[in-house]
Write a protein that binds this ligand. Structure first.
Ligand SMILES: C[S@@+](CC[C@H](N)C(=O)[O-])C[C@H]1O[C@@H](n2cnc3c(N)ncnc32)[C@H](O)[C@@H]1O
Length: 209
């Protein structure tokens, strides 16, 4: 497994008892993580400084409780990429920081290709990979069925100052879009797929995920 170790604006400060304490720029969040099975905190005092905590409820949902007033959104930088962070439902913040190793891998591949690269990013979410590929010089087709996520991806492209680069945003079901692209005989050099464990599109029963 490759570790995302080049972050400056993000760090995991501590992990214990099914929760992790993270720093997102200057804001500290506590979020549940079922993989954290050990009990003891290394830095118990640091946990008291968290700005917000996401607590799961017994019915499977959950919500944020705030120890201090947070901005509606704030930014974290990864190298030259800038992402907008917002505490959302399902403990999400709009970014998977562990993906940074994959962004670096993609950037490296695209830059070393020495030819124009067309990337299709499926289940593209808030556009972490789209931003990285655009930055590296690729043209990107960004597909997600959630209009809100596509708007958020546009914000990330703008905050990374890549709005003049070639990106096409598609709000659609991945299966429907891919079928259309096959009919149109559109080809890509690279396809990124990071599907969730549940589908949102009309044809989700057809998805092997
Ligand atoms: C887990 S996120 C992907 C994370 C992303 N690759 C990243 O690293 O930032 C899954 C995304 O898939 C989208 N999605 C789920 N089912 C979909 C479908 N059938 N068609 C298109 N997008 C879908 C959701 O809206 C969500 O934004």
């Amino acid at each position: 497994m490759n570790i995302a170790k080049d972050w400056k604006d993000y760090e995991i400060i501590d992990m214990a008892d099914g929760e992790k304490l993270e720093r997102w720029n200057n804001i500290k969040l506590i979020r549940p993580d079922p993989q954290i099975i050990w009990k003891d905190k290394l830095f118990p005092n640091e946990w008291k400084k968290a700005n917000a905590i996401y607590k799961r409820s017994s019915n499977g949902g959950g919500g944020w409780s705030y120890n201090s007033k947070l901005p509606q959104s704030w930014q974290v930088k990864y190298k030259e990429l800038t992402f907008n962070i917002k505490p959302m439902g399902f403990k999400h913040t709009g970014l998977f920081p562990e993906q940074a190793v994959n962004w670096d891998w993609m950037i490296n591949k695209i830059k070393n290709a020495k030819r124009p690269i067309k990337v299709l990013n499926l289940f593209a979410y808030t556009g972490g990979a789209s931003v990285a590929c655009l930055y590296a010089g690729a043209s990107v087709c960004h597909v997600d069925s959630s209009k809100g996520m596509v708007s958020w991806a546009k914000e990330n492209v703008i905050s990374s100052k890549l709005q003049d680069k070639p990106i096409r945003y598609i709000v659609d079901d991945v299966i429907k879009f891919v079928k259309r692209e096959i009919r149109r005989e559109n080809k890509y050099d690279a396809i990124i797929m990071d599907p969730p464990s549940y589908g949102r599109g009309a044809s989700r029963r057809g998805m092997a995920i």
